[in-house]
Design a protein around this ligand. Structure first.
Ligand code: NCD
Length: 338
């Protein structure tokens, strides 16, 4: 695919070399994300940030990424205060709002909605999560994090690594996109740990098997996390269940804490989670007692979101070769936060 002017709707649209290109550009964004330099390459550009479902990291990191490139962000955050509440179609909203921005990042509770919106948009649209379907930029930042964590532990790269995906694999859009992304790599082993009712959709499992990944399904956390390089826990997506009572049947089913980690994981196993982790008593899928464990990568993962989203913007808006030209050193006091 050509990046310039493209929508980013599904992780399935990428080839491996495009993923590598995104990661290379993300690395180039470090001096800007780390506040050593600032760039104005997107001076005057407007990001339409439209999040019609709760979001902290994805919404704010898309916005910050755009700001760090010198662009402005115009936010619409809830359906109730937008014309969608008056019965306006996605088509009309897309036609109108795409006249006001240069690129749009969008989240919406319905599967397929962001693609529908994109087909009427006059500017590139990035899917920030459409229902239980996909979350492509999250998969990119997850894999970028995985790559960096593996390399810092002596691996050569992504090929040949082992991961356990734990929790709500039925409704979790981050794991759907991540599994599809892993099909581009060789010799990857994926342990899927979920209750029977929340298993990974069969078409995604089939896609991984067809791509020659080793896929092992179980409902046991202890079995799943024993022989992997990465654990990736997920929140029970309670907003997608028909009732809270039904979601509560599964919240708290899998809890990873320091004692379980020490007992079952290999030393230095990386701990990931797309966040937010549900830290309430009835859930607590990733305990706070792991906060001092150096293998807890969840905040490095969230930091990577800015780099990867900056990379997507400069590639889609075709300014990747001008970022440094429009830059200078920062004037204020900064301290590395990475
Ligand atoms: C995830 C999402 O919204 O799909 N969060 C995120 O974007 N980092 C995961 C979740 O909400 O559980």
């Amino acid at each position: 695919m050509t990046f310039a002017g493209s929508h980013i709707l599904s992780i399935g649209q990428f080839e491996r070399e495009e993923i590598e290109r995104i990661f290379q550009v993300a690395d180039q964004m470090k001096p800007y994300a780390q506040r050593q330099r600032i760039t104005h390459v997107l001076d005057g550009a407007i990001l339409g940030s439209m999040f019609f479902e709760p979001s902290t990291r994805t919404r704010v990191s898309f916005g910050c990424a755009f700001n760090l490139l010198g662009g402005h962000v115009r936010e619409t955050t809830d359906i109730a205060s937008s014309a969608i509440a008056k019965g306006e179609s996605l088509y009309d909203t897309a036609r109108v709002l795409s006249g006001y921005s240069d690129v749009i990042a969008m989240r919406h509770p319905q599967s397929g909605s962001v693609s529908e919106f994109a087909s009427a948009s006059r500017v590139p649209v990035i899917n920030g999560g459409d229902g239980a379907n996909e979350h492509p930029s999250q998969a990119l930042l997850d894999l970028y994090t995985i790559k960096n964590e593996l390399i810092s532990r002596g691996h050569e790269g992504i090929d040949g690594f082992r991961i356990a995906l734990i929790g709500d694999l039925k409704f979790g859009r981050t794991v759907h996109s991540l599994c599809k992304l892993l099909t581009l790599f060789n010799n990857v082993t994926v342990h899927l740990v979920a209750p029977e009712e929340l298993k990974m959709p069969e078409d995604i499992v089939d896609q991984m098997r067809r791509a020659k990944l080793t896929v092992i399904e179980s409902d046991s956390l202890e079995q799943g996390i024993g022989k992997v390089d990465i654990t990736y826990s997920t929140r029970i997506q309670e907003e997608r269940f028909s009732s809270q009572e039904e979601a509560d049947l599964y919240r708290g089913r899998y809890r990873l804490n320091q004692a379980i980690y020490t007992r079952y994981c290999e030393p230095n196993t990386v701990i990931m989670h797309p966040l937010p982790r549900d830290s309430r008593e009835g859930a607590n899928e990733l305990d706070n007692d792991l906060n001092d464990n150096p293998n807890l990568a969840i905040f490095r993962q969230a930091d990577s979101g800015v780099l990867v989203r900056m990379a997507l913007f400069v590639l889609i808006l075709d300014v990747v070769d001008q970022v440094d030209e429009y830059s200078r050193k920062v004037r204020w006091y900064t301290k590395s936060r990475f």
